[in-house]
Design a protein around this ligand. Structure first.
Ligand code: NAP
Length: 329
Protein backbone atom coordinates (compact mmCIF):
# COMPACT_ATOMS: atom_id res chain seq x y z
CA UNK A 1 0.00 0.00 0.00
CA UNK A 2 1.13 3.52 -0.81
CA UNK A 3 -0.02 5.51 2.19
CA UNK A 4 -0.33 9.28 2.56
CA UNK A 5 -0.51 10.73 6.06
CA UNK A 6 -2.02 14.21 5.79
CA UNK A 7 -1.08 16.24 8.89
CA UNK A 8 1.97 14.01 9.44
CA UNK A 9 3.80 16.67 11.49
CA UNK A 10 0.89 17.16 13.93
CA UNK A 11 -0.07 15.55 17.21
CA UNK A 12 -2.29 12.85 15.65
CA UNK A 13 -0.10 12.49 12.54
CA UNK A 14 2.99 11.73 14.61
CA UNK A 15 1.16 8.97 16.49
CA UNK A 16 -0.29 7.76 13.17
CA UNK A 17 3.26 7.10 11.88
CA UNK A 18 4.12 5.27 15.11
CA UNK A 19 0.98 3.11 14.96
CA UNK A 20 1.50 2.25 11.26
CA UNK A 21 5.02 1.16 12.16
CA UNK A 22 4.08 -0.81 15.30
CA UNK A 23 1.21 -2.67 13.64
CA UNK A 24 3.33 -3.46 10.62
CA UNK A 25 0.80 -1.89 8.26
CA UNK A 26 1.87 -2.95 4.74
CA UNK A 27 3.33 0.41 3.68
CA UNK A 28 5.40 0.21 0.50
CA UNK A 29 5.73 3.97 0.24
CA UNK A 30 4.96 6.62 2.82
CA UNK A 31 3.82 10.06 1.65
CA UNK A 32 3.90 12.51 4.58
CA UNK A 33 1.81 15.63 3.91
CA UNK A 34 1.59 18.90 5.86
CA UNK A 35 1.15 22.64 5.34
CA UNK A 36 3.38 24.83 3.15
CA UNK A 37 5.70 25.63 6.04
CA UNK A 38 6.69 21.96 6.51
CA UNK A 39 7.29 21.02 2.86
CA UNK A 40 10.74 19.44 2.46
CA UNK A 41 11.09 18.55 6.14
CA UNK A 42 12.20 14.91 6.54
CA UNK A 43 10.14 12.47 8.62
CA UNK A 44 11.49 9.11 9.65
CA UNK A 45 9.45 5.93 9.15
CA UNK A 46 10.78 2.40 9.63
CA UNK A 47 14.36 3.68 9.63
CA UNK A 48 13.97 5.59 6.34
CA UNK A 49 13.52 9.33 5.82
CA UNK A 50 10.62 10.65 3.73
CA UNK A 51 10.19 14.29 2.62
CA UNK A 52 7.00 16.12 3.54
CA UNK A 53 5.02 17.17 0.45
CA UNK A 54 2.06 19.47 -0.14
CA UNK A 55 -1.52 18.36 -0.74
CA UNK A 56 -1.56 18.73 -4.54
CA UNK A 57 1.70 16.79 -4.91
CA UNK A 58 0.22 14.05 -2.71
CA UNK A 59 -2.85 13.71 -4.99
CA UNK A 60 -0.55 13.48 -8.03
CA UNK A 61 1.43 10.71 -6.30
CA UNK A 62 -1.80 8.64 -6.19
CA UNK A 63 -1.50 6.76 -2.91
CA UNK A 64 -3.93 3.88 -2.24
CA UNK A 65 -4.98 5.25 1.15
CA UNK A 66 -4.78 8.73 2.70
CA UNK A 67 -5.08 9.10 6.45
CA UNK A 68 -6.20 12.70 7.10
CA UNK A 69 -5.64 14.59 10.36
CA UNK A 70 -5.08 18.18 9.29
CA UNK A 71 -8.26 19.90 10.50
CA UNK A 72 -11.81 20.16 9.19
CA UNK A 73 -11.32 22.80 6.51
CA UNK A 74 -8.41 20.87 4.90
CA UNK A 75 -10.57 17.72 4.87
CA UNK A 76 -13.61 19.52 3.43
CA UNK A 77 -11.57 20.92 0.58
CA UNK A 78 -9.14 18.08 -0.10
CA UNK A 79 -10.78 14.76 0.81
CA UNK A 80 -13.10 14.98 -2.27
CA UNK A 81 -10.08 15.70 -4.51
CA UNK A 82 -8.29 12.62 -3.19
CA UNK A 83 -11.47 10.54 -3.52
CA UNK A 84 -11.99 11.70 -7.12
CA UNK A 85 -8.45 10.50 -7.88
CA UNK A 86 -9.50 7.04 -6.61
CA UNK A 87 -7.72 7.37 -3.25
CA UNK A 88 -9.55 6.06 -0.17
CA UNK A 89 -9.58 8.73 2.55
CA UNK A 90 -9.88 7.91 6.24
CA UNK A 91 -10.61 11.25 7.85
CA UNK A 92 -9.97 12.18 11.48
CA UNK A 93 -11.60 15.59 11.39
CA UNK A 94 -15.25 16.38 12.09
CA UNK A 95 -15.84 17.42 8.46
CA UNK A 96 -17.69 14.31 7.21
CA UNK A 97 -18.84 12.53 10.36
CA UNK A 98 -22.48 13.55 10.28
CA UNK A 99 -22.78 13.53 6.48
CA UNK A 100 -25.53 10.99 5.77
CA UNK A 101 -23.61 9.68 2.75
CA UNK A 102 -20.46 8.91 4.79
CA UNK A 103 -19.87 6.05 7.21
CA UNK A 104 -18.68 6.82 10.73
CA UNK A 105 -16.61 3.83 11.70
CA UNK A 106 -15.30 2.15 14.84
CA UNK A 107 -14.04 -1.13 13.33
CA UNK A 108 -15.06 -3.35 16.27
CA UNK A 109 -18.64 -2.07 15.91
CA UNK A 110 -19.50 -1.30 12.29
CA UNK A 111 -16.58 -1.88 9.88
CA UNK A 112 -18.74 -4.61 8.34
CA UNK A 113 -20.86 -1.84 6.73
CA UNK A 114 -17.93 -0.62 4.59
CA UNK A 115 -17.89 -1.26 0.85
CA UNK A 116 -15.53 -0.50 -2.06
CA UNK A 117 -17.70 2.53 -2.84
CA UNK A 118 -16.78 4.26 0.44
CA UNK A 119 -14.04 6.63 -0.67
CA UNK A 120 -14.28 9.03 2.29
CA UNK A 121 -14.61 7.22 5.61
CA UNK A 122 -15.05 9.23 8.80
CA UNK A 123 -13.18 8.44 12.00
CA UNK A 124 -15.31 9.49 15.00
CA UNK A 125 -14.38 12.06 17.64
CA UNK A 126 -11.91 10.80 20.25
CA UNK A 127 -14.28 11.04 23.22
CA UNK A 128 -17.02 9.27 21.23
CA UNK A 129 -14.81 6.33 20.20
CA UNK A 130 -13.88 5.32 23.75
CA UNK A 131 -17.49 5.76 24.87
CA UNK A 132 -19.10 3.61 22.16
CA UNK A 133 -16.46 0.89 22.55
CA UNK A 134 -17.93 0.26 26.02
CA UNK A 135 -21.55 1.05 25.16
CA UNK A 136 -21.95 -1.12 22.04
CA UNK A 137 -21.80 -4.59 23.68
CA UNK A 138 -24.02 -3.42 26.55
CA UNK A 139 -26.57 -1.88 24.17
CA UNK A 140 -26.77 -5.18 22.33
CA UNK A 141 -27.55 -7.09 25.52
CA UNK A 142 -29.62 -4.66 27.66
CA UNK A 143 -30.74 -1.87 25.25
CA UNK A 144 -29.60 1.56 26.33
CA UNK A 145 -32.29 4.19 26.96
CA UNK A 146 -30.18 7.11 28.17
CA UNK A 147 -26.52 8.04 28.72
CA UNK A 148 -25.15 10.94 30.81
CA UNK A 149 -21.45 11.66 30.23
CA UNK A 150 -18.97 14.02 31.86
CA UNK A 151 -15.56 14.09 30.23
CA UNK A 152 -12.15 15.01 31.66
CA UNK A 153 -10.20 15.59 28.48
CA UNK A 154 -6.47 15.64 27.80
CA UNK A 155 -4.92 18.76 26.31
CA UNK A 156 -3.41 16.54 23.58
CA UNK A 157 -6.93 16.58 22.09
CA UNK A 158 -6.37 20.22 21.13
CA UNK A 159 -3.11 19.66 19.23
CA UNK A 160 0.47 20.93 19.54
CA UNK A 161 -0.62 24.49 20.43
CA UNK A 162 -2.20 23.33 23.69
CA UNK A 163 0.87 21.38 24.78
CA UNK A 164 2.91 24.51 24.18
CA UNK A 165 0.49 26.61 26.25
CA UNK A 166 0.83 24.23 29.22
CA UNK A 167 4.62 24.16 28.90
CA UNK A 168 4.71 27.98 28.77
CA UNK A 169 2.57 28.16 31.90
CA UNK A 170 4.85 25.69 33.74
CA UNK A 171 7.93 27.69 32.87
CA UNK A 172 6.40 31.16 33.15
CA UNK A 173 7.07 31.95 29.47
CA UNK A 174 4.70 34.09 27.41
CA UNK A 175 3.22 32.57 24.25
CA UNK A 176 0.18 31.83 22.13
CA UNK A 177 -2.90 30.58 24.02
CA UNK A 178 -4.80 27.52 22.75
CA UNK A 179 -7.51 28.11 25.38
CA UNK A 180 -9.23 31.30 26.57
CA UNK A 181 -7.86 30.71 30.12
CA UNK A 182 -4.76 29.19 31.75
CA UNK A 183 -4.93 25.37 31.71
CA UNK A 184 -2.25 24.67 34.34
CA UNK A 185 -4.02 23.94 37.69
CA UNK A 186 -7.38 24.52 36.00
CA UNK A 187 -10.46 22.73 34.64
CA UNK A 188 -12.13 24.46 31.69
CA UNK A 189 -15.79 23.48 30.99
CA UNK A 190 -15.41 24.41 27.35
CA UNK A 191 -14.14 21.97 24.68
CA UNK A 192 -14.50 23.27 21.12
CA UNK A 193 -16.90 26.11 20.33
CA UNK A 194 -20.25 26.95 21.95
CA UNK A 195 -23.39 26.40 19.91
CA UNK A 196 -26.75 28.18 20.00
CA UNK A 197 -28.22 25.46 22.25
CA UNK A 198 -25.73 26.21 25.07
CA UNK A 199 -23.72 23.03 24.48
CA UNK A 200 -20.25 22.91 22.96
CA UNK A 201 -19.57 21.27 19.62
CA UNK A 202 -17.59 18.55 21.46
CA UNK A 203 -20.64 17.78 23.65
CA UNK A 204 -22.94 17.57 20.63
CA UNK A 205 -20.45 15.26 18.86
CA UNK A 206 -20.89 12.83 21.76
CA UNK A 207 -24.68 12.98 21.29
CA UNK A 208 -24.92 12.76 17.50
CA UNK A 209 -22.00 10.44 16.78
CA UNK A 210 -23.03 7.93 19.48
CA UNK A 211 -26.49 7.63 17.93
CA UNK A 212 -25.05 7.29 14.43
CA UNK A 213 -22.45 4.62 15.33
CA UNK A 214 -24.88 2.58 17.45
CA UNK A 215 -27.44 3.09 14.68
CA UNK A 216 -30.15 4.03 17.16
CA UNK A 217 -31.53 7.58 17.29
CA UNK A 218 -33.78 6.67 20.24
CA UNK A 219 -30.83 6.61 22.68
CA UNK A 220 -30.98 9.82 24.74
CA UNK A 221 -27.49 11.24 25.28
CA UNK A 222 -26.38 14.31 27.21
CA UNK A 223 -22.81 15.45 27.81
CA UNK A 224 -20.57 17.95 29.60
CA UNK A 225 -17.00 18.14 28.27
CA UNK A 226 -14.20 19.48 30.48
CA UNK A 227 -10.57 20.17 29.56
CA UNK A 228 -8.03 19.36 32.28
CA UNK A 229 -4.21 19.69 32.36
CA UNK A 230 -3.56 16.02 31.62
CA UNK A 231 -1.70 14.52 28.66
CA UNK A 232 -2.19 10.72 28.72
CA UNK A 233 -5.77 10.44 27.55
CA UNK A 234 -9.41 11.32 28.04
CA UNK A 235 -11.45 10.09 31.03
CA UNK A 236 -15.23 9.83 31.13
CA UNK A 237 -17.71 9.42 33.95
CA UNK A 238 -20.67 7.65 32.35
CA UNK A 239 -24.16 6.94 33.70
CA UNK A 240 -26.25 4.52 31.63
CA UNK A 241 -29.93 3.67 31.94
CA UNK A 242 -30.96 0.37 30.32
CA UNK A 243 -34.37 -0.89 29.25
CA UNK A 244 -33.55 -4.24 30.85
CA UNK A 245 -32.06 -5.16 34.21
CA UNK A 246 -28.53 -6.53 34.57
CA UNK A 247 -26.17 -8.19 37.00
CA UNK A 248 -23.07 -6.12 37.74
CA UNK A 249 -20.69 -9.03 37.24
CA UNK A 250 -22.26 -9.81 33.86
CA UNK A 251 -21.36 -6.25 32.77
CA UNK A 252 -17.73 -6.89 33.80
CA UNK A 253 -17.76 -10.21 31.95
CA UNK A 254 -19.24 -8.77 28.74
CA UNK A 255 -16.78 -5.87 28.71
CA UNK A 256 -13.77 -8.07 29.50
CA UNK A 257 -14.73 -10.28 26.55
CA UNK A 258 -15.02 -7.29 24.19
CA UNK A 259 -12.00 -6.98 21.84
CA UNK A 260 -10.24 -3.67 22.40
CA UNK A 261 -11.66 -3.19 25.91
CA UNK A 262 -9.74 -3.93 29.12
CA UNK A 263 -11.59 -4.01 32.44
CA UNK A 264 -9.60 -2.59 35.37
CA UNK A 265 -12.04 -2.81 38.23
CA UNK A 266 -11.12 -3.91 41.74
CA UNK A 267 -11.77 -1.53 44.59
CA UNK A 268 -9.95 -3.86 47.05
CA UNK A 269 -6.69 -3.17 45.24
CA UNK A 270 -7.47 0.42 44.13
CA UNK A 271 -7.59 -0.81 40.55
CA UNK A 272 -9.26 1.57 38.09
CA UNK A 273 -8.27 3.18 34.78
CA UNK A 274 -6.20 6.37 34.76
CA UNK A 275 -4.76 8.41 31.89
CA UNK A 276 -1.14 8.05 33.04
CA UNK A 277 -1.45 4.28 32.48
CA UNK A 278 -3.61 4.48 29.32
CA UNK A 279 -1.06 6.68 27.55
CA UNK A 280 0.54 4.95 24.57
CA UNK A 281 -1.90 2.00 24.69
CA UNK A 282 -4.43 1.07 22.03
CA UNK A 283 -7.15 -0.32 24.30
CA UNK A 284 -10.09 1.38 26.02
CA UNK A 285 -10.01 0.88 29.80
CA UNK A 286 -13.16 0.56 31.92
CA UNK A 287 -13.53 0.53 35.69
CA UNK A 288 -15.56 1.78 38.69
CA UNK A 289 -18.41 -0.37 37.36
CA UNK A 290 -21.31 -0.12 39.82
CA UNK A 291 -25.09 -0.03 39.96
CA UNK A 292 -26.69 3.39 40.20
CA UNK A 293 -29.05 2.84 43.14
CA UNK A 294 -30.88 6.12 42.49
CA UNK A 295 -32.55 4.76 39.37
CA UNK A 296 -33.91 1.50 37.95
CA UNK A 297 -31.64 -0.49 35.56
CA UNK A 298 -28.93 2.16 35.79
CA UNK A 299 -25.14 1.82 35.92
CA UNK A 300 -22.10 4.03 36.52
CA UNK A 301 -18.68 3.48 35.03
CA UNK A 302 -15.39 5.23 34.25
CA UNK A 303 -13.83 4.98 30.79
CA UNK A 304 -10.26 6.02 29.91
CA UNK A 305 -8.34 5.84 26.63
CA UNK A 306 -5.40 7.51 24.92
CA UNK A 307 -7.21 9.99 22.66
CA UNK A 308 -4.31 10.05 20.21
CA UNK A 309 -4.37 6.22 19.94
CA UNK A 310 -7.82 4.55 19.95
CA UNK A 311 -9.38 8.02 19.88
CA UNK A 312 -7.64 8.88 16.60
CA UNK A 313 -4.62 7.12 15.03
CA UNK A 314 -5.23 3.51 16.09
CA UNK A 315 -8.89 3.60 15.04
CA UNK A 316 -7.96 5.07 11.64
CA UNK A 317 -5.22 2.49 11.06
CA UNK A 318 -7.63 -0.31 12.09
CA UNK A 319 -10.09 0.95 9.45
CA UNK A 320 -7.24 0.72 6.92
CA UNK A 321 -6.43 -2.81 8.09
CA UNK A 322 -10.07 -3.80 7.62
CA UNK A 323 -10.14 -2.35 4.08
CA UNK A 324 -7.06 -4.38 3.16
CA UNK A 325 -8.27 -7.60 4.83
CA UNK A 326 -11.65 -7.37 3.04
CA UNK A 327 -10.13 -6.32 -0.28
CA UNK A 328 -11.98 -3.00 -0.27
CA UNK A 329 -9.04 -0.86 -1.38
N1 NAP B 1 -5.71 15.45 19.00
C1 NAP B 1 -6.69 14.56 19.08
O1 NAP B 1 -6.91 13.85 20.09
C2 NAP B 1 -7.58 14.32 17.93
C3 NAP B 1 -8.42 13.24 17.97
C4 NAP B 1 -9.24 12.98 16.90
C5 NAP B 1 -9.21 13.82 15.82
N2 NAP B 1 -8.39 14.90 15.79
C6 NAP B 1 -8.41 15.74 14.60
O2 NAP B 1 -7.20 15.58 13.88
C7 NAP B 1 -6.86 16.81 13.26
C8 NAP B 1 -5.44 17.22 13.65
O3 NAP B 1 -5.35 17.32 15.05
P1 NAP B 1 -3.95 17.46 15.79
O4 NAP B 1 -4.28 17.44 17.22
O5 NAP B 1 -2.96 16.49 15.25
O6 NAP B 1 -3.52 18.97 15.34
P2 NAP B 1 -2.07 19.61 15.22
O7 NAP B 1 -1.14 19.01 16.19
O8 NAP B 1 -2.30 21.06 15.26
O9 NAP B 1 -1.56 19.20 13.73
C9 NAP B 1 -2.17 19.68 12.57
C10 NAP B 1 -1.52 19.05 11.35
O10 NAP B 1 -2.23 19.45 10.18
C11 NAP B 1 -1.32 20.06 9.26
N3 NAP B 1 -1.99 21.14 8.54
C12 NAP B 1 -2.58 22.24 9.05
N4 NAP B 1 -3.09 22.99 8.06
C13 NAP B 1 -2.80 22.36 6.89
C14 NAP B 1 -3.04 22.65 5.52
N5 NAP B 1 -3.69 23.74 5.14
N6 NAP B 1 -2.60 21.78 4.60
C15 NAP B 1 -1.92 20.66 4.95
N7 NAP B 1 -1.66 20.33 6.25
C16 NAP B 1 -2.10 21.18 7.20
C17 NAP B 1 -0.20 20.59 10.15
O11 NAP B 1 0.96 20.80 9.37
P3 NAP B 1 2.11 21.86 9.82
O12 NAP B 1 2.93 21.18 10.87
O13 NAP B 1 2.87 22.08 8.56
O14 NAP B 1 1.40 23.08 10.32
C18 NAP B 1 -0.07 19.45 11.13
O15 NAP B 1 0.62 18.37 10.54
C19 NAP B 1 -7.94 17.80 13.64
O16 NAP B 1 -8.92 17.79 12.62
C20 NAP B 1 -8.51 17.22 14.90
O17 NAP B 1 -9.85 17.60 15.10
C21 NAP B 1 -7.56 15.18 16.82
Amino acid sequence: MRVAVVGATGMVGTVMLKVLEERNFPVTELIPVASEKSIGKMLSFKGKDFPVVGLSTAVEMKPDIALFSAGGSTSLEWAPKFAEAGITVIDNSSAWRMDATKKLVVPEINAKDLTKEDKIIANPNCSTIQLVMALAPLHQKYKIKRVVISTYQSITGTGVKALQQLENEYSGAKGEMAYPYPIHRNAIPHCDVFQDNGYTKEEMKLVNETQKILDDRTIAVTATAIRIPVVGGHSESVNIEFANDFIENDIRKILSETPGVTVQDNTDTNTYPMPIYAEGKNDVFVGRIRRDHSRQNALNMWIVADNLRKGAATNAVQIGEHLIAENLV
